[in-house]
Design a protein around this ligand. Structure first.
Ligand SMILES: CC(C)(COP(=O)(O)OP(=O)(O)OC[C@H]1O[C@@H](n2cnc3c(N)ncnc32)[C@H](O)[C@@H]1OP(=O)(O)O)[C@@H](O)C(=O)NCCC(=O)NCCS
Length: 168
């Protein structure tokens, strides 16, 4: 846990959504979501280990990705939250990934706005997000929640754009 920052809220409610801490039963949908990336689905065991790690890291660091549930439908549609990612615990990244069947309905923007409010409440000053240059929907979500493009890095898969939002 950081000595400077408060833990983020791990229960967040918005108009249509609620975000909560990971539960063991999340392995089922998490495997399907990873499968939508066009890679092999993780095994049940690998997915379970990942969820245990998410929970441990949340307690240790005070930040986390959180499953996103729809309040009316009661289903899980993906996740959104804060991670160290390519950045730091002091200036973490916002990240999100939703099932294709729910894209284009403003859910990522709604979840990410609420996560940004939770980030402000921890006392942080800056949040980053690194996005592959081809990922237009992700840039649009960031733009809608007040991020600006900052600089780019390159790795073996191509350009990674760093986006930033100052919080005060
Ligand atoms: C990025 C992602 C989370 C967006 O989720 P979503 O719920 O569809 O997002 P929203 O509906 O809140 O907003 C999407 C915006 O992108 C726009 N958009 C969609 N496809 C687009 C495209 N090809 N070019 C430009 N804009 C696009 C939508 O029109 C919408 O903007 P608008 O409200 O101005 O119309 C979703 O596409 C996803 O899960 N992708 C796979 C995982 C991923 O890439 N995560 C981010 C890694 S950095």
């Amino acid at each position: 846990m950081s000595e400077i920052f408060k833990s983020m809220k791990f229960e967040i409610v918005t108009k249509r959504l609620y975000l909560r801490m990971w539960e063991e039963s999340d392995v089922l949908w998490y495997r399907e979501l990873v499968g939508e990336r066009g890679v092999d689905k993780p095994t049940l065991e690998a997915a379970r280990d990942k969820i245990i790690l998410f929970r441990e890291r949340a307690i240790e660091s005070g930040i986390s990705l959180l499953p996103i549930c729809r309040r009316d439908e009661g289903d899980v549609i993906g996740y959104c939250g804060l991670i160290i990612g390519r950045s730091t615990l002091e200036e973490p990244e916002i990240a999100y990934e939703l099932f294709k069947r729910v894209h284009g309905q403003g859910y990522a923007t709604e979840a990410a706005s609420a996560v940004m409010e939770a980030a402000v409440a921890t006392g942080r000053r800056r949040i980053w997000s690194t996005v592959r240059a081809w990922n237009h929907p992700s840039f649009r979500v960031l733009e809608k929640i007040g991020f600006k493009r900052h600089h780019s890095d390159w790795d073996e898969k191509g350009e990674i754009v760093w986006n930033v939002r100052d919080l005060n």
